[in-house]
Design a protein around this ligand. Structure first.
Ligand code: AMP
Ligand code: MG
Length: 330
């Protein structure tokens, strides 16, 4: 299959992309979190193509992207009143809410669960595409399963060329990590996946909200958690407690070692490859996945990724790096 790569997206391109979706094809599109790989949410055959293109296990559900809060009831039922308040505050934006699903939502979208994940993105191209398609778009991240999520259209092309009909280029993703996944079907609200909308931001609206701890992540609340995620070819170690000196000792004399950290040089880190994650946790989130891909292009074999502090979006960075490291924390 020929993949059309659209670099300056016009209204005509959006219409073409919407037609592809309505014909049962796949389109990768930019969002403010990462790039999504979309199919029409109501077309089960098309949704199944997403799993084939990504090599994604069929028990890992997708998120339905909508363009207006009123569309929630098309896919979800028993919507708690707080959902509208959260939507006013955080939509369009990087918050996914989990509700009970409507029977009409295809099983392929929800991986057979009786719940459905819904989000309203803020990226203008995503919004226009959903509007033009006239239906919700089911989408996971547009990477090959297990690889770092794509934050540029070039990253999508690297993984999806020849496998999907079209890629819409909307620049570099603003947040760089996937949406916060908030379960509103459990007895108390739980964050299943940390993202740019942090626990601190949700607490004023949901005083009893907590992170779902790994122990609480048995089926079916946290599908997808058991799979390897975000892994580059390089071996990643997440550095939590090791001192700068100790990390430098590990990278000394190793031409294929790299260190990724906030203000990496100013902090005194030394390695053949120094990757600066910027100054803030938000900077770190925005460059994290592109650095994991960059590490492979540079031939880095061992990457020490120094964790930021565990608050705000830092929690999301820690979550992704811990997974990229396969749980190897130093
Ligand atoms: P991705 O953004 O590529 O990671 O794919 C969507 C993610 O949304 C999945 O990995 C799940 O973690 C989450 N998700 C989608 N639907 C549900 C659901 N019904 N319950 C819990 N999590 C979900
Ligand atoms: Mg993903």
């Amino acid at each position: 299959m020929q993949t059309s790569f659209i670099s300056s997206v016009t209204e005509e391109h959006v219409q073409r992309a919407a037609a592809i979706l309505n014909d049962g094809g796949l389109v990768a599109f930019p969002t403010e979190t990462v790039y999504g790989l979309g199919a029409l949410a109501t077309n089960e055959t098309a949704v199944k193509k997403i799993f084939a293109a990504k090599g994604r296990p069929s028990d890992n559900p997708l998120i339905i992207h909508i363009a207006d809060f009123s569309e929630v009831t098309r896919y979800a039922r028993e919507i708690p009143p707080i959902a509208e308040r959260l939507a006013e505050e955080f939509w369009g934006g990087p918050l996914t809410m989990i509700f009970k699903k409507q029977p009409s939502v295809p099983d392929a979208v929800t991986a057979g669960l009786d719940t459905v994940a819904i989000r309203l993105p803020s990226h203008p191209i995503a919004y226009r595409l959903i509007k033009a398609a006239g239906s919700g778009i089911a989408a996971p991240s547009a990477n090959t399963s297990g690889r770092p999520s794509p934050t540029t259209a070039a990253d999508v092309l690297a993984d999806m060329e020849g496998k999907i009909e079209m890629i819409l280029d909307g620049g570099t993703s603003e947040h760089g990590v996937e949406s916060t996944v908030l379960d509103l079907t459990s007895s108390t609200p739980r964050i299943l996946r940390p993202g740019a909308v942090s626990l601190e931001m949700l607490l004023p609206f949901l005083p009893d909200c907590t992170y779902a701890s790994a122990n609480h992540c048995d089926k079916p609340a946290c599908p997808g958690m058991k799979y390897t995620h975000y892994a580059p070819d390089a071996k990643v170690f997440a550095v939590k407690t090791l001192s700068v000196l100790d990390v430098n000792r590990l990278t000394e004399n190793d031409p294929d070692a790299g260190i990724l950290a906030l203000s990496v040089e100013e902090s005194g880190y030394r390695a053949a490859h120094l990757l600066s994650a910027g100054k803030t946790a938000a900077d770190y989130a925005a460059c994290l996945f592109s650095y994991l891909r960059e590490a492979d292009r540079r031939g880095i074999r061992t990457l020490y990724a120094v964790l930021p502090s565990p608050d705000g979006i830092g929690t999301a960075v820690i979550n992704r790096l811990t997974k990229a490291a396969g749980g190897d924390i130093l």
